[in-house]
Ligand binder design. Sequence first.
Ligand SMILES: Cc1ncc(C[n+]2csc(CCOP(=O)(O)OP(=O)(O)O)c2C)c(N)n1
Length: 609
Amino acid sequence: MLEEINSPEDVKKLNDQEKKQLAEEIRKYILEIVSENGGHLASNLGVVELTIALHTVFDVSKDKIIWDVGHQTYVHKILTGRREALKTLRKLNGIAGFPKTRESETDCFNTGHSSTSISAALGMARARDLKGEDHSVIAVIGDGALTGGMALEALNDTGFSKCKMTVILNDNEMSISPNIGGLNKFLSKLRTKKLYTKSNISAKKIIWKIPGIGKPTVKIIQRVKRSIKQLIIPKMFFEDIGFTYLGPVDGHNITELENILRLSKQVETPVLIHVLTKKGKGYEIAESSPDKFHATGPFNISTGEPKKEKTSDYSKIFGDKLVELAEVNKNIVAITASMKDGTGLSKFQKMFPERFFDIGIAEQHAVTLAAGMAKEGITPVVPIYSSFYQRAYDQVIHDIAIQNLPVVLCVDRAGLVGADGETHQGLLDMAFFRLVPNLTIMAPKDFKELEDMLEFAINLKKPVVIRYPRGGESNEVKFEKHEKMQLGKVEFVKNFNEKSVDKVSIIAIGKAVAKGMKLAENLEKEGKDVQVINTRFLKPIDRNAIVEAIKQSQKIITMEDGTIINGLATAVKEIIAEEKLTNIDLETHAYPDKFIEHGSVEELEKMYW
Ligand SMILES: Cc1ncc(C[n+]2csc(CCOP(=O)(O)OP(=O)(O)O)c2C)c(N)n1
C-alpha cells in the first residue's frame, strides 16, 4: 500500500482498516531506513498513527503543522511525497532528519532545537488573523519538550491570546531518558484519567466555545462545575490558563485521533489535545529501550545491536574523569538538560545520585541553577552540546561571567556534528564565548588533554569553558607528550628543525591540532620547516608565544573547528594588528560564515575545512 501513497490526498482516501495497514507498512519502512542510515527511531515509531490522523483531518497545502524538535517527522515526510527520497535520510544532499522549508512546502517551519513549536505556531496564528485568512495552525510537542522554558512562555501567551490554534501534546512519558519534573508528575495524573472516546466526550464544554451555540446555559453550568472540579481534576491547569483541554486520547487509535482532531477544529480558542503514545511502538527492542533508540547509528534489525562497534568518545572520557574527580572532591555536582547519556553522565548518576541533576530540556535553567550553586560554594559541571549552549548564552553572561562564578561549562559536540545538520552543528561557540569577559576557554587536542583540562578547570575556581568534539580522538595522530596545564599557555607539539629558513608555524586548537600535525607532515615533504603550536586556550591567549612564532616564521597557518569569525584566526589577526606586525603570510583554516547542512563529518570537513 505504501507504494501508492504519494501525497496526503492519497491518505485521505483510505478507510480505517487501510490506514491501520498503512501504519504497519510505514513502521517497517522507517525501521529499514533508520537501521541503515541511523537517525531518530523511537520517536518516529511513536507518531505513526498521529501523523496519519493529522494528514487525514488537516490539509497541509494551507494548514500549518509545526513539529517540535522535528526529529519525529519521518512519517510526515513519507506522506508528503518524500517516500523514496527518505532512503537518502541524513545523507549529504539527501533528505534532512528535521523539517526543512527548503525541502517541502509542507514543512512549514524549521525546527531542531526543543520547545519552539508553540511560539512559532502562535506567531503563525496571529499572522493569519491579522491577514484575515482562515486555516488551522497546529503545534505538535512532546512531554519532554514541554519542560523547556520557551514552551511554557508560549503556553502562557497562547492561553491568554484566545487565538484559534491547537497544541498537540504527544505524551510518551519520555524525553530521551524518562521525563522528569513537576509537570511530568502533573501529566501522569492526567494520563490515568479515562481515555477520550467519541462516545464519552463531554460535548457541553466544547459547545459553548462554538460561536452562537448554547452559550449562556452551558456557561453557567461550566462555572458551577469549575469551582468543584478545581479541587479534584488536574486538567484545570490547562483550562485555567486559557486552553480547552481534550483527552487523553489513545495515540495509536487512528479513528479516535481523527475524531478529537475534528472536534478541536470547531473550537475558536486555543485547544490542547493530550495524546498518549508509546515510544518505539511496534518494534519491541525499541519499546523496551526507547532511550537507546531515541537516536541511533545503523543497527541490526533482528538484534538491535549497532552495526559498528562503539569506540570510546570524548563524552565518555569526560564522564569517566568526572567520576574519578568527584570521588575525591565531594563538592562536585553534575547538571544535565535532559542529555544524561549523550553527555556521558550515566555513570556519574549511578555513583552519585544525590549530586546529579537532570533538570529537563532547560539549558537556561541549567546554567543559572549552576550559578546559584557556585555562589554557595558548590562546584557545578554542566555538559551541554555546543548548539544547545546557544540557548543559555545570556545565563552564561549574566549569571556566571559577570559574577565570576566557578562553573565548569563543558561544550560537548563542538565543531561539526554531521548528519543532524544546520541546527546541530557546533560551530559558533568559540565565537560567542570569546566575547564574554571573565571566561577562560579551552579545547583539548586528545582524550588525555580533556582529562587534564577538566581537572585544571575544576581547580581554577573561575568560569571555564571546555569544548570538545563529537566522537573520538584522531586515529592517525597520537600525541605522546602532554605538558602540564598552565593558564593561558600554549604547548609546542612539534618543534622547528633549527637550520631551515623556510619556516611555517601552525597554530591550532582542539581537534584541529591533529589536523595540524598531518598538514605539517605534508608541508615537510615539500621542504618546509614546520612547528605546530597547540594553543590550548582561546582565552586568555598566549600572546607572547604567538608573537614569537610570527616573528620566526615566513608563514602562519591557523586551524580551528569553528566559524572563521571571532575564533582563533581572529585572535591571531588581532595580535598581528595590535603588535603592528607586518609582511605576514597568514592562511586560515576554519568554517565559512554559513550554516552548514547535513552530511557525514568527513564529507563536510572535505567540503568546508
Ligand atoms: C534545546 C534542545 N536541547 C536538547 C535537545 C536534544 N533533544 C532532542 S529530542 C529530545 C527529547 C525530546 O523529548 P520529547 O519532546 O518528549 O519527544 P519524544 O522524542 O519523546 O517524542 C532532546 C532532549 C534539543 N533538540 N534541543
